[in-house]
Design a protein around this ligand. Sequence first.
Ligand SMILES: [Mg+2]
Length: 390
Amino acid sequence: MIDLDVFKHVNDTLGVEGGDCLLKLVAERLEANLPRDALLARQNADEFLILLRAIRNSFEPTLIAEKLLTALQERFVIGQELIHLSGSIGVTLAPADGTDAESLIRKADMAMSQAKQAGKNRVKFFAQEYEAIANQRLSIRNSLRSALTNQEFFVEFQPKVRIQGEREIIGSEALLRWVRSDGSRISPLQFIPIAEEYGFINEIGEWVIASVCEQLAQWRNEGCVLMPVAINISLHQLLQENFVDILRFNLMTRDLPTHLLEIEITESALMQEIERTTQLLGTLQELGIHVAIDDFGTGYSSFSYLKHLPVETLKIDKTFIDDMLKSPRDNALVRTLIQLAHTLGMKVVAEGVETHASLSALIELGCDQVQGFIFSKPISASELCTLACP
Ligand SMILES: [Mg+2]
């Protein structure tokens, strides 16, 4: 089973007709790269099924699948548009994985889904453990629906600490938590991608924005020190039509100044739709809402875009911080990232700082702020209020 990785975007830009035209071209290209006796069918939307009738050796399916992926990567031309595609392939083998079409297709789908989650543009063969993973994903998807109404979500806050000059907490990052009614705790790393895939992310995202604003108002009423709170935003959420209005509404109805809210968006999300996001981030900046690029260094930033981005902060991913002390090269890399950010007039936050050695190194390299267990794990709203009290 093969599924195109970014087809939805194509439909958005080319319209449904252009999308259909592209599907035909994809089918032709797939067919041209298949053995003569193979059967190619469109399963649904941007998903194709391929049946290889007689396999001569165990390498053959891999070779064919990789040939298909390579063929897909050559650009497509529709009218004036050049389209770049990739695909994710899941493979099942009969009789090892099943002997009827239904179970072979179902398992190919699970393998394909694993190929997507592993980073797309790759081939995965069905493995027994995918069944358990698929069941768990299904269970998460089903309970996500009711999680909001059952009040199973809550927010924790991880302090951001200034490390140059006088050391103090200067803000926090809001982190969404989910404890299901049966007491099981599900990591955001697990449920956020599922929420995105099944279209729950905007609703959940709006809940987070409202909760954080409500908390800010409550801190103000309780006389706590008011500091900016950063909220993680997915690309989908940022691009929803009324995103800026939602932020504005939540701040205004509680009479909160805009600088108390910050947006964090990952580098890879930002780069996917760089032109639209740059424009939106500009609107946020005009409003006084700061923006941070999250997990910086893990995506593929184009420097020419970076200099135009209306962004106040770069957050360096934990993996760089962890490796920083292990080798001079990693240390040099962090130093360069910090210099780059400062040259562009941005502040730098290091994430996941756990040891005194990393902290000293970061102070020395000129890093502005850190987050991490060295100062505090994510804590409740009242704990943060106590901790931030002068
Ligand atoms: Mg973040």
